[in-house]
Write a protein that binds this ligand. Structure first.
Ligand code: PNS
Length: 158
């Protein structure tokens, strides 16, 4: 069974995340989407809400499982026998940070990181921009799944 982990905060999941998850699901037998539990970072949605949202929007893929983790990602991978991490790269500005993280993760554990180029349609997307646009009344439909759009509007303008 070839498995890969797709980690992140997913606060909330965007169409950019979904594009990477969907493409990884065609390459691997199982994709584990792992939501970071980070008590230091203020989030809009709770970890359980983010997991529910991810489960709803990935159910059509069939081989995507959603989980949560805390601590080091490589410890999570080792405990579950997952040999690789998949990450989307949007632009060169992502690269420095992601390369360092990938090299550290490999050095610590031998867990590989595979980079997938983001679909140009979503290369400008981030969860924080999505929240900011929604908060100030902008329209993010088409950039996040319809369900997420509805929940964002409820939470930020409700
Ligand atoms: O969606 P994000 O917030 O950009 O995701 C970042 C994430 C969760 C992939 C990264 O912060 C992470 O792996 N955190 C777990 C802690 C860890 O392993 N840190 C060491 C990195 S070298």
């Amino acid at each position: 069974m070839r498995r890969v982990v797709c980690p992140g905060s997913f606060d909330p999941v965007t169409n950019g995340h979904l594009d990477i998850i969907g493409r990884a699901s065609r390459l691997y037998d199982e994709v584990v989407v792992a939501v970071l539990i980070n008590i230091e970072k203020k989030s809009l949605f709770t970890v359980e809400e983010r997991i529910d949202m991810l489960q709803s929007v990935t159910k059509e893929y069939g081989n995507v499982r959603v989980d949560k983790f805390h601590g080091l990602l490589v410890d999570y991978c080792k405990q579950r026998g997952i040999p690789a991490i998949v990450k989307g790269l949007r632009a060169i500005s992502d690269f420095d940070y992601e390369l360092q993280q990938a090299q550290l993760n490999y050095r610590m554990s031998g867990v590989e990181t595979l980079f997938m180029s983001t679909n140009p349609e979503y290369s400008f997307l981030s969860s924080s921009r999505i929240k900011e646009i929604t908060r100030y009344g902008g329209d993010v439909s088409g950039l996040v799944p319809d369900l997420i759009h509805k929940l964002l509007v409820e939470r930020l303008r409700g």
